[in-house]
Design a protein around this ligand. Structure first.
Ligand SMILES: [Zn+2]
Length: 288
């Protein structure tokens, strides 16, 4: 799947789709989902379960090639998150088949450092984690590095323990290889690509704004997990570090981009993945 924004193209490389992942927003029960008819058929199952996609977005500008978020990755023990554990997908082969060799990538942008956004930063070669994109500058927000780099080894929380392993195999090898470029908040990455702070899901969470020839696209990251949160920005996720800040970010960004031509590209939206945001009653709707 591909979109054009002025002279820039954006290509989706799908790693895995979870047809039913309603635990990401527990209050979005089938009864709630069924009241939001525009979610059918792309974003939910006929039974009203939330579908989530895990994909990278390759941004190809006239001057640089960027990968936004690097999914879960192969060969990693993520237990007890069994659905994300020990994957063996054709992600890298699919990226190459789409015309992007790892050596051709100039920048890797991680909207945040959760396990499903940093995995392919590295790959396992002869028992060692090495950078997948050997020529790239990997941009990490300093708040993310501080937060996820400081998880206590004795923490009594399964998800935090998984994130400790994630940091060790998907972030630390990039720091060790000297490819990391720590950034702070709003950052111009290259001509036509900017990071904008969208905190709440994690402390240093960023979204990616792409501009070319007067056209714009916004890659969300996880300040929104599922399009039902356009309908009701107050629907929260247990994976958010700060629910209230995440709600505030959604309300702020939605009001800024609603009824504009900006293409909104969801980091976990299934099916068509992108559309225009329009006001709809008290909330919003993604027009795909
Ligand atoms: Zn995610």
């Amino acid at each position: 799947m591909k979109w054009r924004v002025g002279d820039t193209t954006i290509t989706k490389i799908t790693e895995i789709v979870f047809p039913e992942f309603s635990e990401v927003i527990p209050a979005a029960t089938p009864e709630v989902v069924k009241k939001v008819q525009w979610l059918f058929p792309h974003f939910v199952t006929p039974e009203g379960k939330l579908t989530l996609s895990v994909h990278s977005l390759i941004v190809d500008t006239p001057t640089a090639k960027l990968v936004v978020d690097t999914c879960i990755g192969n060969d990693r023990n993520r237990d007890p998150l069994s659905v994300m554990s020990n994957l063996s997908t054709s992600y890298l082969e699919d990226m190459i088949a789409a015309g992007y060799r790892p050596e051709s990538i100039d920048y890797v942008l991680c909207t945040h450092l959760h396990l499903d956004h940093v995995g392919w930063n590295t790959r396992l070669v002869d028992g060692k984690w090495v950078p997948t994109f050997p020529r790239a500058a990997y941009l990490f927000d300093k708040k993310e590095l501080a937060f996820f780099g400081a998880i206590d080894e004795n923490v009594q929380d399964d998800f935090a323990q998984v994130q400790r392993r994630v940091f060790a195999d998907s972030v630390q090898p990039i720091l060790d290889a000297g490819l990391a470029k720590p950034v702070e908040g709003a950052t111009q990455v290259c001509d036509g690509v900017r990071l904008i702070p969208t905190p709440g899901h994690t402390p240093g969470h960023c979204s990616v704004l792409i501009e070319s020839r007067g056209e714009r696209a916004l890659i969300t990251g996880d300040f929104i997990h599922h399009p039902i949160q356009f309908h009701d920005p107050g629907l929260v996720s247990p994976f958010d570090v700060d629910n209230a800040a995440a709600v505030a970010t959604r309300r702020r960004i939605f009001s800024e981009y609603a009824d504009t031509p900006t293409l909104i590209i969801g980091t976990h939206f299934a099916g068509p993945t992108a559309g225009r945001l329009v006001r709809d009653g008290d909330g919003y709707r993604l027009d795909v």
